[in-house]
Design a binder for this molecule. Structure first.
Ligand code: 5GP
Length: 189
């Protein structure tokens, strides 16, 4: 059996990675979604084991120590990481898996899985990105400014990716990602 594809969807915070991933689910029901571990507190409506595995700093440190994370990154004061076992088992079973993670973590995955497909989601413009980060209404102004400056640095790392997808409209962005995955399955390796 051939291995599944590892797809990494990344891009600056607020660009809509989560929204695009949610919209992709019904369109690509066979695609498996990796659930990350984080030390951030749950937002209203988020569920443990569904949106994230919510961990204390100590529990997260234990996961790092036990080499249970494929990658992890500190992002705006919290830790986020991808549980390794689930990704490896999914790929070995021949299924495609998608990781929705920030840019530093994506680059670490690239070191370990250079054969992965790295997709960078772009905002239509930087003004639009700030509106989206503000519009979420869940963050303090200092955190919004910090997320914007992180976003500018992150966009400079786009050159390490295989594909750039503009998130101007959710449905269009999903179509572009579906097309990328379809083309990658047709690729002669
Ligand atoms: P949020 O707090 O808004 O849910 O996520 C903040 C950032 O962390 C987002 O850019 C999100 O994609 C990223 N993120 C979520 N899970 C992971 C992960 O497992 N690893 C890394 N490196 N970033 C993650």
């Amino acid at each position: 059996m051939s291995k599944g594809l590892l797809i990494v969807l990344s891009g600056p915070s607020g660009v809509g990675k989560g929204t695009v991933c949610t919209a992709l689910r019904p369109k690509m029901p066979r695609l498996v979604y990796s659930v990350s571990a984080t030390t951030r507190s749950p937002r209203v409506g988020e569920e443990d084991g569904v949106n994230y595995f919510f961990k204390t700093k100590e529990q997260f440190a234990d996961m790092i120590e036990a080499d249970q994370l494929l990658e992890y990154a500190e992002y705006v004061g919290n830790f986020y990481g991808t549980p390794r076992d689930f990704v490896e088992r999914t790929l070995a079973s021949g299924k495609d898996i998608i990781l929705e993670i920030e840019v530093q973590g994506a680059l670490k995955v690239k070191e370990k899985f250079p054969e992965g497909i790295f997709v960078f989601l772009l905002p239509p413009s930087m003004d639009e990105l700030k509106d989206r980060i503000r519009g979420r209404g869940t963050e303090h102004p200092d955190i919004i400014d910090h997320r914007m400056s992180v976003a500018e640095d992150e966009i400079n790392l786009m050159r390490h990716y295989d594909y750039a997808v503009v998130n101007d409209e959710i449905d269009l962005a999903c179509k572009r990602i579906e097309s990328i995955i379809m083309a990658e399955h047709c690729k002669i390796r």
